[in-house]
Ligand binder design. Structure first.
Ligand code: PEP
Ligand code: MN
Length: 360
């Protein structure tokens, strides 16, 4: 439940409401807004009787939050939340940042080269896994701490903020020392102890949708992080399992406008894992921006044919550079833009159908 105070409410009026909520055995969250203060109640199992609050001085109205998630919902906060992972790199506003890089950090040469290619093409942040959740225990598991050190080196070289995955509680604490944003992968979306840990660490979190998770499941997982006091959460659609083996996953772009309706959190899209096929990445990235995604997460490798993980879905550097030009054009059409960080960024030129680019 949300209690909306009127314009004339002073701190003692707010304190009175908070005291009653606490006395009832629930938690009260004060949500100061530009116009008025709201007080949210969590901890109640079922619907509460709002009558007790409606009669109090300077209470304007009482709203029942109808969703199972509370702090994540748009009923709780009507304006969109902006999540900032680095200087000038924010998700949820007009800007559409592009996070790009290899699936895994493999070597110093590989990650530095990738970072420079991302930067030169106009990408906004660098991705790369140091701890890799692989389906097989015999596949490359990532370089661990050494991978994090290489990412930090790549950030020093290029200035790009780092997004990298944490797989467990201890790993999350280590990742938080190096990364600008902690990724929680699809396989860990419902690892509630990890969600609580990243909630407490206070760093921005990129929460990927689990491969069999509903939108409600995703938002409830985000609620775990917000419940620990961290609202810097970016959601990510990365495809769900389907019956169709033509693609690795079914890229559910409906999630983007749906999440925007249900939640104030930004949502980005990952067409690399979403499709699993290099030639499907560019068209689906364009579609994601058109659908309203607040950012793109894409795999790009200096030499995808030699990648230790996810090579088949990783773009070649020149494909990534062409993609950024196209995304810039799509963003402009819907009144948004890609952040400009001073890299040599070519303007979108109308290109022919022969190159597989959209008609402009
Ligand atoms: C990744 O981003 O490389 C990754 C493992 O993603 P997901 O958790 O979506 O499979
Ligand atoms: Mn990957």
């Amino acid at each position: 439940m949300l209690i909306i105070m009127d314009h004339g409410a002073a701190q003692p009026d707010i304190d009175r409401v908070v005291a009653i909520i606490t006395e009832m055995g629930y938690q009260a969250y004060q949500l100061p807004g530009a116009q008025r203060t709201a007080i949210g109640i969590v901890g109640n199992g079922g619907r509460l009787d709002g009558g007790r609050f409606e009669a109090l001085p300077h209470v304007a109205r009482v709203i029942h939050v109808t969703q199972p998630y509370k702090q994540v919902s748009r009923e709780w906060r009507s304006e969109g939340t902006i999540v900032t992972i680095g200087e000038g790199v924010s998700f949820g506003g007009d800007d559409i940042p592009i996070i790009a890089g290899p699936c895994s950090v493999e070597s110093e040469t590989q990650i530095l080269q990738a970072a420079r290619q991302v930067k030169e093409a106009g990408g906004t942040a660098l991705r790369g896994g140091a701890f890799k959740p692989r389906s097989s225990p015999y596949s490359f598991q990532g370089l661990g701490k050494q991978g994090l050190e290489l990412l930090a080196l790549a950030r020093r070289e290029t200035g790009l903020p780092i997004v990298t995955e944490a797989m467990d509680d201890d790993g999350a604490k280590l990742v938080a020392e190096y990364a600008d944003c902690i990724q929680i992968g699809a396989r860990n979306m419902q690892n509630y102890s990890l969600l609580k840990t990243v909630g407490r660490l206070g760093k921005p979190v990129l929460l990927k949708r689990g491969m069999a998770a509903t939108i409600d499941d995703l938002l409830l997982s985000a609620e775990y992080i917000l419940a620990e006091g961290n609202d810097q959460v970016i959601l990510c659609e990365r495809g769900i399992r389907s019956f169709d083996s033509a693609v690795r996953n079914l890229f559910d772009l409906t999630a983007v406008p749906l999440v925007h309706k249900l939640s104030h959190l930004p949502i980005i899209a990952d067409p690399s894992h979403g499709t699993g096929l290099r030639d499907q990445v560019t068209p689906m990235a364009r579609a994601a921006i058109a659908a309203g995604a607040d950012g793109i997460l894409v795999e790009m490798h200096p030499t995808p044919d030699r990648a230790l993980s996810d090579g088949a879905q990783s773009l070649y550097p020149e494909q990534f550079a062409a993609l950024v030009v196209q995304l810039r054009a799509v963003a402009r059409v819907i009144g948004r833009s890609l952040p400009d960080h001073g890299a040599a960024i070519p303007d979108a030129e109308p290109t022919g159908a022969a190159s597989g680019t959209p008609a402009t």
